[in-house]
Design a protein around this ligand. Structure first.
Ligand code: OOG
Ligand code: MG
Length: 271
């Protein structure tokens, strides 16, 4: 047999993936926007390769993967951003905003906020799950606010660009955990800014039921050859469009109402 070094050879495609990943990672790290990459200059598979390479750079700096997020699980988000495919990205510990209800906007470029629900897993997810199996893999659910921050100029992107940019993942604020999974059926989702309704929707806007995001996450991870350990977060995707964040805002996300609701989560935005 003839030995071949073909597998270890660095191709122009690998070079480009590494170059784009580096540019996006630097943009995120230094909170400076960059130009979009030419639409059509890489495939969706390349875009996920870039995403993975940028996560590897974060890991090399000591960040830890804590879960997965889905994007464009609701019509409202697809319409707002002009993208109509389900996408996914990875969450790291650096993205968790835990400073006693305060979020410092200085580390972001042009942050927006959107209302979500977040799950935490209790068993390893290492294959596609049915909706019924999904619940038995979950420990709890919580209302959440996701801070998205596209690294691209003017927050504009194609599907490939946003996937490469780890789906605009930047920050998350997670509320109190409960096991009220039944509260997710068509519960009202309100995002208030300074006490006023800024966005109003329903959990049913998220793939019909946010548990379907867990099903989709299990399928997407399986396709990517990845598994998710117990104790990981799954962000289901926003139920409504996102709102631009500015210093001085108080943002609250409430999911459901009354004694069976998930409750709410809030933060104050500072410069
Ligand atoms: C992409 C991220 C989408 C969601 O919940 O749909 C997303 C973006 O809108 O910048 O996080
Ligand atoms: Mg989101």
């Amino acid at each position: 047999m003839i030995a071949s070094d073909a597998d270890s050879r660095v191709t122009p495609r690998d070079d480009r993936i590494a170059m784009v990943a580096r540019a996006l990672d630097e943009a995120a790290r230094t909170a400076r926007e960059i130009d979009q990459f030419d639409a059509g200059s890489f495939t969706l598979a390349d875009a996920y390769g870039i995403q993975r390479a940028s996560i590897d750079r974060r890991r090399a700096r000591g960040e830890r993967i804590i879960g997965i997020k889905l994007g464009f699980t609701s019509r409202a988000k697809m319409v707002q951003m002009g993208v109509d495919s389900l996408i996914w990205g990875l969450l790291t510990d650096r993205m968790l905003e835990e400073e006693a209800g305060t979020v410092r906007l200085g580390r972001y470029i042009h942050p927006r906020v959107e209302p979500e629900v977040c799950f935490v897993t209790k068993r390893t997810i290492d294959g596609p799950l049915t909706a019924l199996e999904a619940v038995s893999h979950l420990d709890a659910v919580a209302p959440a606010l996701e801070i998205i921050d596209s690294r691209y100029r003017d927050f504009r992107f194609t599907l490939e660009d946003v996937v490469a940019d780890n789906c605009s993942s930047a920050g998350l604020v997670v509320g109190a955990w409960s096991r009220r999974f039944e509260a997710l059926d068509n519960a009202g989702v309100r995002m208030r800014i300074n006490g006023r309704d800024a966005q109003v929707g329903s959990t049913a806007a998220i793939l019909g039921q946010p548990l379907r995001s867990v099903v989709q996450a299990s399928r997407l991870l399986h396709e990517a050859g990845m598994s998710l350990p117990a104790g990981s977060l799954i962000m289901a995707g926003a139920a409504t469009a996102a709102e631009a964040l500015a210093p001085g805002m108080t943002v609250e996300c409430q999911v459901g109402s009354g004694p069976t609701s998930l409750g709410s989560v809030m933060f104050d935005a500072e410069a």
